[in-house]
Design a binder for this molecule. Structure first.
Ligand code: P6P
Length: 336
């Protein structure tokens, strides 16, 4: 069992032990963690806080924005502007990057986030969450542009998510393993409840939206068909299926007990590699899963090696238990 220490103590001890959490990064993480507490309060109010339902607007993805999408985005922007730890931010909910206003000092980090992932679940009280990724500003030029954000996921300085479920939990990596914090609502603080989390290499549980099956490429269908064939089939064991339609919830389950999460390419929009976004969904989740001993690919290459070309680009995602991700990736490679 992990020692019950605060997020601050954890970060200070990590800095002493590994020296890879400079003061600015520690401030960034604590500010984001505090913003997640504010978001949790709004999420937990639900109808009582007049925060449910649609905002009547669309984001760059062409998706209808929920009121809580916009609230969460504003909380993260306001919380991170003043601290001097950031140069700019990018969000699923904003078309272009958000520069730290000139009235505040500029920092060396770039923060990217999906402020509230799983929005379709907000109004039906199913777990949702905030996903964030931290990059270093490359070069010491003053003007920050979208180009500064287009770094491969392997360059991340930190990544994490907050899941608003039966408990509010913060999952964090700064490149030295994965730690889990649970929100102590009486104290209002994040308390370490698991450290050096490991994803089991094998699993009997897969997560995918099965309603899209007829649109998948052959290797994807082969992998899922073999899982469905169970003990009598080529896998020689039965599988279970879960699909929450909140990436944070499916990934958290996989981080906790193993499994494989897949959102593959499908032929309805052949030019789109997948639904999920590379920079602020796939990259942070891949960093976390690989820091926990799992694997993440787009069906052919490691997600963390993909060099982005646009801020909101999408990617196919297969991540979780290493041996299953290796298998489904091998099927895709065999198919060319
Ligand atoms: P579908 C939520 O909208 C999201 O981006 C992920 O959190 C989730 O895994 C996926 O989309 C669900 O997609 O097509 O099953 O609704």
């Amino acid at each position: 069992m992990a020692r019950r220490i605060s997020l601050t103590q954890y970060l200070v001890e990590q800095q002493r032990e590994h020296g890879h959490i400079p003061a600015e990064l520690r401030l960034l993480i604590e500010v984001v963690a505090r913003a997640c507490k504010t978001i949790a309060i709004s999420v937990n109010k639900g109808a009582l806080g007049e925060v449910l339902g649609s905002a009547g607007t669309e984001n760059i993805q062409g998706e209808v924005q929920k009121k809580l999408d916009i609230i969460a985005n504003e909380v993260l922007i306001e919380a991170n502007e003043w601290g001097g730890h950031l140069a700019a931010m990018a969000s699923e909910e904003m078309d272009s990057i958000h520069l730290v206003p000139n009235r505040y000092p500029q920092g060396e980090y770039l923060l990217l986030f999906d402020p509230l992932d799983g929005s379709s679940n907000i109004d039906v009280n199913v777990s949702i969450g905030t996903i964030f990724s931290v990059l270093r500003k490359v070069g010491h030029h003053r003007g920050i542009s979208e180009q500064d954000f287009l770094q491969a996921g392997r360059a991340q300085a930190a990544a994490g998510y907050c899941i608003f479920g039966p408990q509010s939990m913060l999952v964090l990596t700064v490149g030295e393993g994965v730690a889990v914090f649970t929100l102590d609502r009486e104290m209002g603080s994040w308390v370490l409840t698991a450290d050096r989390v490991q994803v089991p290499a094998d699993t009997r549980e897969f997560a995918i939206n099965m309603s899209n099956m007829r649109h998948w490429a052959a290797p994807m269908r082969r992998y899922v068909d073999e899982c469905l064939a169970g003990q009598e089939g080529p896998r020689g064991k039965d599988f279970n299926m879960r699909w929450v339609a909140s990436m944070v919830a499916d990934v958290h389950r996989i981080l906790t007990r193993g499994g494989i999460f897949m959102y593959p390419w499908d032929k309805r929009e052949p030019d789109k590699p997948g639904k999920l976004r590379l920079l602020y969904e796939a990259n942070p989740m891949s960093f976390i899963v690989e820091q926990a001993g799992g694997m993440a690919t787009d069906g052919r290459q490691r997600i963390l090696d993909i060099v982005p070309t646009t801020l909101h680009q999408r990617v196919s995602v297969m991540l979780g238990s290493r041996n299953e991700v290796e298998r489904v990736t091998a099927y895709h490679r065999e198919a060319g």
